[in-house]
Design a protein around this ligand. Structure first.
Ligand SMILES: [Zn+2]
Length: 172
């Protein structure tokens, strides 16, 4: 599967998109991936951040890799979740080094931060989705942008990792 296939599949699995056409989902996925490419071109380096590590990211049915604290620009990395992600990726035959996972998790949080405000409005404008003549948000598109951004900055494929984690959590 290429990035566009994975991206369209990711959107298809996002609630509210159950009845959308494949064509529509692929169009939105392409726009979101391109937006992520642009974001990475504009911000190719991670900013200086206060990064702390702790455990407690892994809960039943959920794996939280990192959190961004907007107030003081601090990122919390969850060591137990990163270890779990490393084990799962190794089991699936695509081992990811802890350092890359850490970088991808940080980049993901930074990506969300960068996407705040005007960039989200620009993304919604490009997606062009309207409900009753009002511009509407496309569920999952922001997440896809951020995954793409993190992919550029870390060299790993977050969508593939996401699929591995979902499979591991659901016992597939
Ligand atoms: Zn996210």
């Amino acid at each position: 599967m290429n990035a566009l296939d994975l991206g369209a599949e990711f959107l298809a699995a996002t609630p509210t998109h159950e009845n959308r056409s494949t064509e529509q989902l692929r169009t939105w996925a392409r726009i979101a991936l391109e937006f992520g490419d642009e974001l990475a071109a504009a911000h190719p380096e991670l900013p200086q951040l206060d990064i702390r590590e702790k455990t407690g990211g892994k809960r039943p049915g959920e794996v939280l890799l990192a959190e961004y604290h907007h107030r003081d620009h601090r990122v919390t990395l969850y060591r137990d979740s990163l270890d779990f992600a490393r084990e799962v990726s190794a089991k699936r035959g695509s081992p990811i080094a802890l350092e890359k996972l850490r970088r991808a998790a940080i980049a993901h949080e930074v990506g969300h931060h960068l996407l705040h405000g005007p960039r989200t409005r620009e993304l919604n404008r490009r997606l062009g989705h309207r409900v009753l003549r009002l511009r509407a948000h496309v569920a999952g598109a922001d997440e896809l942008v951020v995954h793409r951004y993190a992919q550029h900055l870390s060299g790993i494929d977050p969508l593939q990792l996401d699929n591995f984690l979902i499979d591991a959590l659901t016992g597939a």
